[in-house]
Design a protein around this ligand. Structure first.
Ligand code: CTP
Ligand code: MG
Length: 234
């Protein structure tokens, strides 16, 4: 159950500049319809219900109008061109906020439309003691280490591993500086790793299975849209 405590002020960056190659189709997955609204709009609506200030939509070059439409034309949405990698897109989003200079920022994948407010609350609460906070889930399956020939080389300890989701939450000045001083691979893949490289501490908070990322075409096939799964029918 969501708490009644007011949340601290925060802004958000939604990275929506990917091509969605694995999902296929003519339109990038973040602009397609899922559960009655564009994928992107679900996250925009969830962030705004939690009182988000500015929302930067990092969009593909030439598709800013499409991005704003898929964001439900939210009044607090800004756009900026994305980059070749997700990391470049995040950095463009962070740079877009240099004037607004929020104290706290959430960085979120457009491809994760089902964003529970409880996760936002847990992340923001952790920023009172950490420079970053990320939602994670435990690994439930056993883990095998594969050798190059496809045989099992060993076993990994699932107890120390976590699955990482977005949104990831940061103190804005810290994550901005971390991205600008990053000297690692051009696509770190994960902003928490970028923050850690600059010495910031990252809290792990409880994630949520609903934050699953739409990745493949079949992820658009939603059980809720199949008649026999609808509550109160049949
Ligand atoms: N993203 C982005 N800029 C990029 C690459 C990815 O803004 N250059 C965004 C995507 O739009 C998505 C999120 O990062 O919201 C997570 O990336 P992913 O799920 O890999 O999406 P795509 O890169 O679009 O998909 P694919 O890898 O299948 O092409
Ligand atoms: Mg990708």
């Amino acid at each position: 159950m969501a708490s009644q405590t007011p949340l601290p002020a925060f802004s958000a960056i939604i990275v929506a500049a990917g091509k969605g190659l694995r999902a296929g189709g003519d339109t990038p997955k973040q602009f397609r319809t899922w559960r009655g609204r564009p994928v992107l709009q679900h996250s925009v609506d969830a962030l705004n219900a939690a009182g988000c200030q500015s929302i930067v939509i990092v969009a593909p070059t030439g598709l800013h109008a499409e991005a704003l439409a898929a964001a439900g034309d939210a009044a607090n949405a800004l756009t900026v061109d994305g980059g070749v990698t997700r990391q470049e897109s995040v950095r463009a989003g962070l740079d877009r906020l240099t004037d607004a200079k929020p104290e706290l920022v959430l960085i979120h994948d457009a491809a994760r439309p089902d964003l529970p407010v409880e996760v936002i609350e847990r992340l923001l609460a952790s920023l009172s003691t950490h420079a970053g906070a990320i939602p994670t889930l435990p690994v439930v399956d056993s883990l095998a280490v594969s050798s190059k020939d496809g045989t099992m080389a060993g076993k990994a300890d699932r107890e120390i591993l976590r699955r990482v989701q977005t949104p990831q939450a940061f103190r804005y000045e810290d994550i901005l500086a971390a991205h600008h001083s990053w000297t690692g691979a051009p696509d770190a893949g994960d902003d928490a790793q970028v923050l850690m490289a600059s010495g910031g501490s990252v809290a792990l908070v409880q994630g949520d299975e609903r934050l699953k990322k739409i990745t493949f075409a079949e992820d658009f096939a939603d059980p809720m849209t199949i008649p026999q799964f609808r509550v109160g029918q049949g």
